[in-house]
Structure formats: structure tokens, C-alpha cells
Design a protein around this ligand. Structure first.
Ligand code: GZL
Length: 332
């Protein structure tokens, strides 16, 4: 073979291979020796979930804590749990400790709406996803992955509907509100005012911080100022525990079950008993059993799967007419 022909063949081969590689030759190119490692799928056994619980102020909170702990045990995930005794600074310290520890996910039940931006930014910078649980936060939604909880404003609107139904010709009511600045109290108060008929007046509102102990003196002070049945005909109470504290003061003042139209929130066993005893005329459901949803979402976040930004619990209103029948089967 002449040198010229050999040279032409070589040049053609080189040009062809250059052209093929420029067009990203797929199938004929030799397999790469450095295949990307298969992406690991995390399981609950790989999960460490941080739950800086806000406190132990109510039966609702006790049930919420139990739901989280029982779910962690059931799925086999590691749980870092703490009780902030209703103090935001304690929740923030607990979150920072979890960030230091490099947990998989933080699930935060915020005691109040404001003041979370800095610590949520720290979690984001550490690459730890945050699920807001139960109450809401005012922080920018880019600072957390999702919210799972109740529609507190709707709960307030449902309470308003009960007063509107009971008092078509108008009335005066008191409000015993939850923790000042909490998403639950803010939402319920707003919802009540959104839907209450104009002829029903809220003549006073004080916080009982969601506890029986703090609601008792508030109700006593109300009874010093206002004559039950005369100055006011009803009370909106933001949770059953405060309602039970208020009942103690009402009893001491000689008020009888049914003298006042009382609407509470949560639907705990204590609330159901207050309906059986005739003290509450309606109890707006607020469900604390969020454990399964929280852990399911946390695992999705660990595996980079998409999650719903907002998951609101489907809830109802409970009434005295079947409270005795339902009480034995109540889960909280
Ligand atoms: C509501 C929750 C409230 C309950 C109270 O989702 O945050 O806090 O209504 C509890 O009983 O203390």
C-alpha cells in the first residue's frame, strides 16, 4: 500500500473519531471507569429527628408529645426531645444544640409566631430541613420546608358560628385567650372576630396562657367586673385546660352549668367531660396527634422528595348531645 494511501486512511480515521466525540457519541464510546455512586435511600433507622417541644402546659400538649414519642419508637427513628417550659429562648437553645449535633430534621412546634428568623437561617445554612408543627411562624417561608398543623383561624370562625346560632338577637361575651403572640391564640381571636355577628360584643379579653392555673385568676377577675347572665351571656375559651380552670371560678361564684354559653377548643377528654357536665355547649376540635405525619414528611425530606408546603388537619366541632357516648373512645 502506497505511503500516500496509508496517510489518507489514517487522517480519515482521526477526523472521524474527532467528529464522533464532538457529537457526544453515545453507545460506541467505552464505558466510563468512574460511574457515579448509586444515590443512598435513607430509612427511619438513619433518622435523628429533633423535637424542641414548647412545654407541657395542657392535655393537648401532653397528647402531642406522646404522639411524637410513640411514632419515633414505632418507626425506629432516633428522637432528640426537649421541653422548653413555654419559653422561646429555651426552644432556640434546643434547636442550636440539634444543629451542633447534625440532626437529620428539626420539627419545631413554635410557642409564638415571631423571633425565629435567625435560628431558622442557622438551620438552613447547616443544611438541616425544618418542619413547623402545630402553631405557625411569621418567618419567611423560604426558611422552612413545610407546616403541619391546624387552621387556627377556622377554629375561631367555627366558634363564632356557635355564638351566632345561639344569640340571633345579640349578646355580650368574654374571651379567655391562649398564649399571647402564639399562632393558636392569634388565629382563634382573628377567626372569632371575622365571623361574629355585629350584634354580639366581645366585652373583654384576657390571656390565660393555655393553662388551668393561669385561667382561674383571670376568670375570677372577670367575675369581679362582670355579672354572669347580666353583663355577659357567653365565653369563648381558647383551650379546654383554661376552660376547666374557668369552671372552678364559675362554680365558686355560684354559676351553674348551662347558665352561660361556653365554647372551648381542643376536644380533649377534659373538654368532653365539661360538655357531659353541661358547662361547655360546644368544643371545637384541634387535633394534637401529628406524630405519623411529621415522621413521614421528615423521611421524604431526608430523601430529597417533594413535600406539601402546608398540611392542615381536617377538624370538626363536638357537642354535648353525643359527648358521653364518644368520651370513652377519645384518644386524647
Ligand atoms: C393548638 C395548640 C394549643 C392548644 C392548647 O394547636 O398549639 O396549645 O389548643 C395547647 O391546648 O396548649
Amino acid at each position: 500500500m502506497s505511503k500516500k494511501l496509508l496517510f489518507t486512511i489514517l487522517v480519515t480515521l482521526v477526523l472521524t473519531s474527532l467528529m464522533l466525540s464532538a457529537c457526544g457519541a453515545p453507545a460506541t464510546s467505552a464505558p466510563s471507569t468512574t460511574q457515579a455512586p448509586a444515590k443512598k435511600t435513607f430509612t427511619y433507622a438513619d433518622m435523628t429527628l429533633c423535637y424542641p417541644q414548647l412545654g407541657a402546659e395542657s392535655d393537648w400538649r401532653t397528647a402531642n408529645t406522646a404522639s411524637i414519642k410513640e411514632t419515633a419508637d414505632k418507626v425506629g427513628a432516633k428522637l432528640i426531645f426537649s421541653d422548653a417550659q413555654q419559653k422561646q429562648e429555651n426552644q432556640i437553645s434546643a434547636i442550636r444544640a440539634c444543629i451542633q449535633q447534625g440532626v437529620s430534621v428539626i420539627a419545631l412546634p413554635p410557642v409564638v409566631e415571631d423571633g425565629w428568623d435567625a435560628v431558622l437561617t442557622e438551620a438552613k445554612n447547616a443544611g438541616i430541613p425544618v418542619i413547623i408543627v402545630d402553631r405557625s411562624v411569621s418567618a419567611d417561608s423560604s426558611l422552612y420546608a413545610a407546616h403541619i398543623g391546624s387552621d387556627m383561624k377556622l377554629e375561631g370562625e367555627r366558634a363564632a358560628a356557635e355564638f351566632n346560632k345561639k344569640f340571633p338577637n345579640g349578646a355580650s361575651i368574654l374571651e379567655l385567650s391562649g398564649t399571647t403572640g402564639s399562632g393558636a391564640a392569634v388565629g382563634r381571636a382573628a377567626g372569632l372576630r371575622n365571623k361574629l355577628n355585629a350584634n354580639i360584643k366581645i366585652i373583654d379579653s384576657q390571656t390565660g396562657n393555655f393553662t388551668r392555673a393561669e385561667a382561674l385568676p383571670v376568670m375570677q377577675a372577670f367575675l369581679q367586673k362582670y355579672k354572669p347572665g347580666v353583663d355577659f351571656q357567653g365565653i369563648f375559651i381558647h383551650n379546654d385546660d383554661m376552660g376547666i380552670g374557668a369552671i372552678e371560678a364559675l362554680k365558686a361564684a355560684g354559676v351553674k352549668p348551662g347558665d352561660l354559653f361556653i365554647v372551648s377548643v381542643d376536644g380533649t377528654r377534659g373538654g368532653f367531660q365539661a360538655m357531659v357536665d353541661g358547662w361547655f355547649q360546644a368544643d371545637v376540635e384541634c387535633n394534637p396527634l401529628l406524630g405519623p405525619q411529621v415522621f413521614e414528611m421528615a423521611l421524604k425530606l431526608m430523601n430529597g422528595q417533594p413535600v406539601d408546603r402546608e398540611t392542615l388537619t381536617n377538624e370538626t366541632v363536638y357537642y354535648p348531645d353525643n359527648a358521653a357516648q364518644l368520651l370513652p373512645s377519645r384518644k386524647y
